[in-house]
Design a protein around this ligand. Sequence first.
Ligand code: KIV
Ligand code: ZN
Length: 373
Amino acid sequence: MVKIFDTTLRDGEQTPGVSLTPEEKLIIARQLDKLGVNVIEAGFPVSSKGEFESVRAIANEGLTATVCGLSRIIKNDIDRCLDADVGMVHVFVSTSDIQIAHTIKKSREEIVADSIKAVEYVKDHGVLCLFSAMDATRTPPAFLREIFTAVEGAGADIINIPDTVGVMAPSAFHRLVKEVCSYMNILVDVHCHNDFGLAVANSLAAVEAGAREVQVTVNGLGERAGNANLAETVMSLHSIYGAKTSIRTQYLVETARLVERLTETRIPINAPIVGDNAFSHESGIHSHGVIERSDTFEPGIMTPEMVGHRRRIVLGKHTGRHAVKKVLEEAGYHPTEDQLQEILRRIKELGDKGKQVTDADLQTIAEVVLGEI
Ligand code: KIV
Ligand code: ZN
């Protein structure tokens, strides 16, 4: 079983240009709970009054998922999370030399000592503690081991390996996660950014190497190029890796569209799984194939029904007669062979002019041709 930690409402909301109201965050949190994620990272309570209220409202909504708040390794940040009634505090600190030198400006010894103190403080308050070594993938492995071992000793429940700037190749991430898993006795989680388009591949490599929790966002939202996409990660885990998660996949499309609407961030038409074209077919050969048997030109191990989508035959210049016949029959038209050929000719003519053939176009063409021939 792989746990799904959703950070749409925290890292996802850090997408440049995205800002959600507390009401919108609550609507998304309810949907994530319906979808079945294990953890909802609701926000960073210390960052503003509105953010604090929003995290608290989500934490008190009575959701099945554990509600988590983000915190630096600072007592005041942790207190804001605890005051917001979260069930998990996610404490993080930079561990790479570059971030230590240019952002937190502390010694490694201080960072380890403050991390231990932060984890102990969270655990003294009886909630779950997740510890992230920010920029772990650019951190010297020996220091990563030192800090992870120290926080495990302090009582952390989960450690997270973030690929903060998305620089890992899947094979290198596999090696790193395997090494970390070899010395940790608590749950290992990963958080992959998508700077090179590898966030999902890296998350999957991490699971192969022993990670048992992945951090994801709906529609891959997040800082810069975003985080690992929830739908792509989950469906790959289920359908390709044969792994189990608690996700009710039939709500994936509904969830993606809700987040698209509330964040005003469009899902590309060719997005895997949830995009409009994910199960659409235009070419004659493909359409003919899927009309006969859907897995001729679809994965088969993933169907539109599994993810709450629908299969579409799109008409255009690549269309063949089987597809047109099927679409017309579904619309209640039963043309003769001659009529069918003429309808097909007119569809291709429109397609050649660079036009998409809409349902209304098809209806007009069919009625004209059926009336003429
Ligand atoms: O990208 C990152 O490292 C983060 C941490 C807070 C986990 O978002
Ligand atoms: Zn991040």
